[in-house]
Write a protein that binds this ligand. Structure first.
Ligand code: CDT
Length: 319
């Protein structure tokens, strides 16, 4: 039996710092209705889709920081989205800031959930690759304080959902080949990724003109090298003075982009994804079981990176 998933990339335009959650949820619901009207099974929303991208600001007051976090999911303001999903029979991926209290200790994560067509959460993922810095760096035009506000998650799982094998990642994760390969090793057929990517990267402004190119490059490579669909979804446009890339797209296992958004506002891009197309790659060029050579890859898990001195030269090996 053919396995088709009709997917919507549910891109959001900017969210203002003072925009209430209820308004954001209304915008998400409007996109969900459009996706449903177009026959979708699943809509994918961006990273931190309920608030503005708050890591651009340095904050010290934990109570102020915690205002951006959800203590429960669904919570009072997000329940409406779950109810609508159940009513329409459509699933969704949602990125949000999670405050979890475990054994009396508070933990903060950059999280995504996958909700099935009955409105049940079937998978949760906590962002592994947290970019940016932990301390205030006043020289930057804006901050990127994910290392301050979140702790990293522990890994990349997959789940059987929507008739296939589905995995999740968040924003910076998409730049790392390990993200896709760990899920590829579990047979992933569709990787869902929300993102918030400023055009300007303060430590490397020479990359600014390449930000959309890099966005496509990593997702297309990840899809092809693992024989999987990839759905990448932006929060785009000028948000609190920071220009964020759009470029939400759906990538086939061939590495080709099969649908993409054309604006930097609230918009859906649609694709009918034949999950069996994954096999064309998983059983040939990227048949891992036949062709991978893990005995040659040990360094990938043994070594974090090459140690460099302040001037960029390698730290001499210990005798
Ligand atoms: N949100 C997030 O992870 N953003 C980062 C910005 C890094 S600047 C290259 C990203 O990888 O898009």
């Amino acid at each position: 039996m053919a396995r088709f998933v009709n997917v919507a990339a549910g891109q959001l335009g900017p969210i203002a710092r003072n925009e209430p959650r209820s308004e954001v949820v209304s915008r998400l619901a409007a996109l969900m209705r459009q996706a449903h009207a177009n026959g979708c099974d699943l809509i994918v929303y961006p990273e931190l889709a309920l608030t503005t991208f708050f890591p651009r600001w340095y904050m010290e007051d934990q109570a102020e920081i915690d205002c951006y976090f959800e203590r429960e999911m669904p919570g009072p303001q997000t329940q409406a989205l779950f109810d609508l999903a159940r009513k329409l029979g459509i699933g969704f991926y949602l990125g949000y800031a999670e405050l979890a209290v475990e054994n009396g200790v508070s933990h903060h994560y950059n999280t995504s959930i996958l909700v099935d067509r009955s409105g049940q959460i079937v998978s949760k993922y906590r962002k592994v690759h947290l970019p940016g810095h932990a301390e205030h760096e006043p020289w930057r035009r804006f901050q990127h304080l994910e290392k301050r506000y979140f702790e990293p998650g522990s890994g990349f799982g997959v789940v059987e959902a929507f008739g296939g094998v589905v995995g999740m990642a968040i924003c910076n994760d998409r730049r790392w080949s390990e993200t896709y390969r760990v899920m590829g090793l579990q047979g992933v057929e569709m990787v869902l990724i929300g993102y918030n990517t400023p055009v300007h990267n303060p430590p490397a402004p020479e990359h600014d003109d390449l930000s959309l190119f890099h966005n496509q490059l990593v997702m297309q490579a990840g899809a092809y090298q693992n024989g999987t669909f990839v759905v990448g979804v932006a929060k785009a446009g000028i948000e609190e003075g920071v220009d964020q890339i759009g470029g939400s797209c759906i990538v086939a296992p061939s590495g080709e982009i099969v649908a993409h958004c054309t604006t930097k506002g609230d918009e859906i891009a649609l694709a009918r994804c034949d999950l069996d197309l994954c096999n064309s790659y998983k059983r040939t060029t990227f048949n891992f079981d036949i062709h991978r050579q893990p005995q040659a890859y040990g360094m990938i898990v043994e070594r974090k990176g090459r140690h460099l001195m302040a001037d960029g030269t390698p730290v001499p090996a210990k005798k």
